[in-house]
Every structure is written in structure tokens, then in C-alpha cells.
Design a protein around this ligand. Structure first.
Ligand code: 2AM
Length: 481
């Protein structure tokens, strides 16, 4: 009997995806460049379902029913291209190749076009949830042709996480849309993590609470609006003590955050599209700052602090302020991320349904959170919402947190606690709601030194002023400007 789906690349993610399909009663063809991994999967999980192993790529392809559905789960980059090259001559019209790795979306756009020339469908799919998600139900973000989803979608929906009976998987959009959305998901994840880290630092420095006490605070927060996987694991991390020394484990970890690159891609793309995703950018730069060792060395003990002793009068009230600041900043980070998805969707012709993205992030993935229900509802109220932050629900929620948010950011500044994500989110909030911005002055400066022209509030058209001469103003045709 032919297999319904195949997985090539049986490192932990591929292996767990294959097992997930098998556990759901699907016959799964399995293949790996070196056969030992295929054998070990059979030895350890062979009894979980029906696996159809092959030693060669040709046998693997031959073991699949048509249209073939082949998932590639190898290291992103040249390995993916190598496997694609190997597959192309073995496949037939309408077969579907799925890249479930963490590809950069421009690569996915290129590969989709390449496979289309051979009459093949290429599906770049984001998969989030780590190893455990892959096995027990990830959030899946498949792109590619809509037609490919007819045949592939039901299988992916079957193995995806479920929330309220709904699968955390839906068709995202053409070519690179799936990997793009996964990229922004990871960017939001950076912001979420940084915000949680800032909250921890504020409480630690502001109240002197121990890691174990802060773990309890996060556990309480996890029962409210902030309920999420990241808050939950943060509580677990903070409660963990070193077996040998009995110290809080977090205090024994080197304070230099690393990154694999999806945050950087998100920020690079936001700069290309001109979308201010300041929360994600600050979170990405905060990791970079933590790793800037020569600079930190040069600054330590040398740069003045001029702070007063942090004087928190009412610990519970302060912790509640931090909670509200975290919530408000988190809304900003998501609002910015969804703006980026909207801008990319327009730029690349993807027609992405943002409400559906929030829906499939509710389970399986790293940013899964109760909060995402509210985002889905906001886009259900208005699919083309220009600003998530300005949705009635979120405008009210953030509005009622505003006083706390300002106290926290002001306190942090006064006491020398770096809160780049909290502070920049508040600056964004005040910027985006401003009646009038100092951008008017920027325009005048640009016109002064570069004759870049400006527009006026009181009449249409473009203008240039002779700043270094008699300051007379010339009206220009719009095409001339
Ligand atoms: P391997 O077990 O033969 O090394 C993660 O590295 C996974 O990607 C592994 O299953 C690995 O196969 C596979 N992989 C890495 N580079 C590859 C390539 N160029 N061609 C095929 N598979 C590759």
C-alpha cells in the first residue's frame, strides 16, 4: 500500500512530524540521507503507526500515492536546495513538495517559481512549537498554491494543535507567505520574551524579590489576560534552583542572549517595507547589546548612573503596574507585527487574513496565548483593521493600563533600569496617537539642506523654500517634486 505523505530528513523535527502523522493513522514514507536515522526511528517508534522506510530517494518517492506529498525537513539553506534538486527528476506533474524548515521567505519565493516550471507545487510552511509541538501538535503556516492546500491541508490540519476543536493550521497565501508569517511569529516571540525579561528585571530590582517569589508572581499572571506559554515557562525557569549550590538557576546563566536570525530577518524586512516594528527591533537589539562584550566591558564601572535608590512603597501595587505595562507593551508588539503582515501582504500580493493568523497561533506555537483570541475577534469585527491597537477592545484595555505603563517607564528611566521594549512601545503609542508630530520640522530640514520639498497643511501641492537666499517659496508640480 502506498504512503499518504512522506518525510525526508529525520533529525528530531522531521522524525517527530513523521511520528505525528503515523499516530494519526496516516501511512508515512520516511527517508534520510543516512539510513541509520531511518532505522532508529523504526526501532524507537515503529509501533506507533505505519511507516514505509526507504533507503534511496527514488524508492521513497515511489512509495507515495499521487499526487505525492513530500515534506523536506533538513537544515535551512543549501541542504534544502540539494534535496529539491534530487527530488525534481523523480516527481511528476502536480506532486507537492513541502519545505517545513525555517527558510527565509525570499528563498521560498525563488523555490516556488523553480518548481512551478516543472509543474510541481512548492509549499513553504512555517511550523512552530519546537520538538514537542512537532510530535504532539504544532502550529502550521503553509503557503504555496491554493490548489496544493486541497490535497495537503487536511493532512496538516489533522496533525496540528487544536484549540476549541479548530486546527492551528490554515492556508496562508501564495509562494513565500507561509514562511513570512512564521518569520513575523518569531519576531513577535522575540518581543514577548524581551518584555517578560524586562518585567522580571523591574520586579527584581524594584522590590528585591527572589527568583522564586517572581516565579509565583508570573504564575498568578498566568491566570489572567497574560496567560501564555511563555509566561508559564518563565515561572518554571525562575522556580528552578541549581542542584549543587541551591542558587536560583537563572542567576548562574551567562547574560548574553543568542539568536538564530529570524528576529534579524523580521527587522530587516520591516526596514524594507518601512513598517515601524519598534518592539521587535528593540528586542532584537537588546540581544545584540547583551552580546556586545567589548562595549559592555568599556562601560562597566565607567559610565555614571546618577540614580536614586529604587524606592518602591507598595510592592503589590508596583507589581500590578508592571503587569499592566507588560500587557500594554505586548499589545503594541502584536499590533506592529500585524501591520508588517498587512504591508507585506499588499507588497507581495499575498492577501493574508490576519484574523486567521491569530487563530492558528492560539495553540501549538511558542507565542500561544489567551490574548490571541482577542486579536482574532478584533479582525472578525473588522477584517481590514488599520491598527490593532485602535480596535475598541484593545484601545480600552491599553487605555486603562496607561497610567501604570507611564509610571513604570518613568520609574525605570529614573532608576537606570533598561527597559527598551517597554519604553519604545510607549513611545510608539504616543507617536501613533499624536495629533501632530515633529515630522514637520524634519521635512523643513530636508528641504533646507537637500531641496527635498515639503507639503503644507493649508494648501495642496509641493513646495520648496530658498532657505539660504531670500526664503521665497516656490510651488512645484507634483511630478517635478
Ligand atoms: P543526515 O542524517 O544524513 O546528516 C538535519 O541536519 C537533517 O538534515 C539530517 O536528517 C540530515 O541528514 C539532513 N541533511 C543535511 N544536509 C543534507 C543534504 N545536503 N542532503 C540531504 N539531507 C541533508
Amino acid at each position: 500500500e502506498l504512503a499518504q505523505i512522506g518525510v525526508t530528513g529525520l533529525a528530531v523535527m522531521g522524525r517527530n512530524l513523521a511520528r505525528n502523522f503515523a499516530r494519526h493513522g496516516h501511512r508515512v514514507a520516511i527517508h534520510n540521507r543516512t539510513y541509520a536515522k531511518t532505522e532508529s526511528l523504526l526501532a524507537e517508534a515503529g509501533s506507533e503507526g505505519t511507516f514505509v522506510p526507504s533507503r534511496s530517494m527514488a524508492d521513497f518517492v515511489a512509495s507515495l500515492e499521487r499526487p505525492r506529498r513530500v515534506i523536506i525537513m533538513v537544515k535551512a539553506g543549501p541542504a534544502t536546495d540539494a534535496v529539491i534538486e534530487e527530488l525534481i527528476p523523480l516527481l511528476e506533474t502536480d506532486d507537492i513538495v513541502i519545505d517545513a524548515g525555517n527558510a527565509h521567505f525570499p528563498d521560498t519565493i525563488r523555490r516556488e517559481a523553480q518548481l512551478k516550471e516543472h509543474g510541481l507545487h512548492f509549499v513553504g510552511s512555517g511550523v512552530s512549537g519546537g520538538e514537542e509541538g512537532a510530535l504532539k501538535g504544532p502550529s502550521i503556516m503553509p503557503g504555496g498554491s491554493r490548489k496544493s492546500y486541497e490535497s495537503l491541508g487536511p493532512l496538516l490540519e489533522d496533525i496540528a494543535a487544536k484549540v476549541d476543536g479548530e486546527p492551528c493550521c490554515t492556508y496562508v497565501g501564495p509562494d513565500g507567505a507561509g514562511h513570512f508569517v512564521k518569520m513575523v511569529h518569531n519576531g513577535i516571540e522575540y518581543a514577548d520574551m524581551q518584555l517578560i525579561a524586562e518585567a522580571y528585571d523591574l520586579i527584581k530590582q524594584g522590590t528585591g524579590a527572589s527568583a522564586a517569589e517572581i516565579a509565583e508572581i508570573f504564575r498568578t499572571w498566568n491566570e489572567g489576560d497574560l496567560e501564555s506559554f511563555l509566561i508559564e515557562i518563565t515561572a518554571d525557569v525562575l522556580a528552578h534552583t541549581d542542584a549543587e549550590s541551591g542558587q536560583a538557576f537563572v542567576d548562574l546563566i551567562l547574560d548574553q542572549a543568542e539568536q538564530k536570525g529570524t528576529g534579524r530577518w523580521t527587522v530587516q524586512n520591516a526596514l524594507d517595507l518601512g513598517v515601524p516594528i519598534t518592539g521587535i527591533a528593540e528586542a532584537t537589539f537588546a540581544r545584540a547589546l547583551s552580546g556586545s562584550l567589548p562595549q559592555r566591558e568599556a562601560a562597566r564601572g565607567k559610565l555614571a548612573a546618577h540614580t536614586q535608590a529604587w524606592d518602591v512603597q507598595d510592592r503589590d501595587a508596583f507589581v500590578e503596574d508592571v503587569r499592566q505595562a507588560l500587557y500594554a507593551s505586548k499589545v503594541v508588539a502584536y499590533s506592529q507585527g500585524f501591520d508588517q503582515i498587512a504591508a507585506a501582504s499588499a507588497e507581495y500580493g499575498w492577501d493574508i487574513d490576519r484574523g486567521a493568523m491569530a487563530r492558528i497561533w492560539r495553540g501549538g506555537c511558542i507565542i500561544r496565548a489567551r490574548f490571541l483570541n482577542r486579536i482574532t475577534e478584533a479582525y472578525e469585527r473588522e477584517a481590514d483593521l488599520p491598527l490593532l491597537l485602535a480596535d475598541d477592545y484593545f484601545a480600552d484595555a491599553v487605555g486603562s493600563s496607561l497610567a501604570a505603563w507611564r509610571r513604570v517607564v518613568a520609574g525605570a528611566a529614573q532608576n537606570g533600569i533598561p527597559t527598551p521594549a517597554f519604553s519604545s512601545s510607549l513611545a510608539y503609542y504616543d507617536g501613533v496617537r499624536a495629533e501632530r508630530l515633529p515630522a514637520a520640522l524634519i521635512q523643513a530640514q530636508r528641504d533646507f539642506f537637500g531641496a527635498h520639498t515639503y507639503r503644507r497643511v493649508d494648501k495642496p501641492g509641493s513646495f520648496h523654500t530658498e532657505w539660504s537666499a531670500d526664503r521665497s517659496e516656490t510651488a512645484l508640480d507634483d511630478d517635478e517634486a
